[in-house]
Design a protein. Structure first.
Length: 195
């Protein structure tokens, strides 16, 4: 048994022993104690199962539609981290992207740019862009179609760099193509330019 497994086992044992010892210390008749012990064991087992399967449950929040389309309007609820995350399609590739009004340009991670066929860049020379984490060398490209809900922007400039990590960002160059955007009651509302 590895050190981590042994520590985990010891923690679980302590979590189980504490309520059982409290029941024994009360000197109750055996039958009610066994019922309570069985109830505590069932609660403990359920908690353990949920904790061990938390990766499977993390996707449940997306079932409750963080992003909705109503007519031409796209509404995105604020996530628990205080940001707005949109389900976006870039040249046929679907990603969950951060909407950042502080970012001038839409920025893609290297993996997203590669999946969308935008990793080669239009210019053989990288550009230097200023980010919140300092200056970064990036390549530029143009996405043919970027869709968020009911809104599609065509020929959208993007930048890509390994320095972005795994985060993909919708920037002001997308937001400026909208008719309007605003935040109401922790919901970002995107409206296209009226036809």
């Amino acid at each position: 048994m590895t050190g981590d497994r042994a520590a985990q086992f010891a923690l679980y044992a302590v979590m189980l022993i504490l309520p059982l010892s409290a029941l024994v210390a009360r000197r109750l008749p055996l039958k009610p104690v066994l019922k309570m012990a069985a109830a505590w064991i069932a609660i403990f087992v359920m908690a353990l199962l949920i904790a061990s399967q938390r990766d499977r449950f993390s996707g449940l929040t997306t079932i409750f539609a963080d992003q909705q389309v109503s007519g031409a309007e796209t509404r995105i609820r604020m996530a628990e981290d205080g940001h707005f995350w949109a389900d976006v399609e870039i040249d046929g590739v679907k990603r969950r992207m951060l909407i950042d009004s502080g970012a001038t340009t839409t920025a893609l991670s290297s993996s997203t740019a590669k999946a969308a066929g935008l990793d080669s860049g239009e210019s053989p020379f990288p550009v230097i862009i200023s980010t919140a984490n300092g200056d970064v060398m990036a390549r530029t490209a143009t996405a043919k179609r970027v869709t968020v809900g009911a809104i599609t922007a065509t020929d959208l400039g993007i930048v890509t760099s390994p320095s972005f990590g795994d985060t993909d960002v919708i920037g002001m160059n997308f937001l400026s193509k909208l008719g309007s955007w605003r935040v109401e009651n922790a919901t970002l509302i995107l409206m296209p330019i009226p036809a």
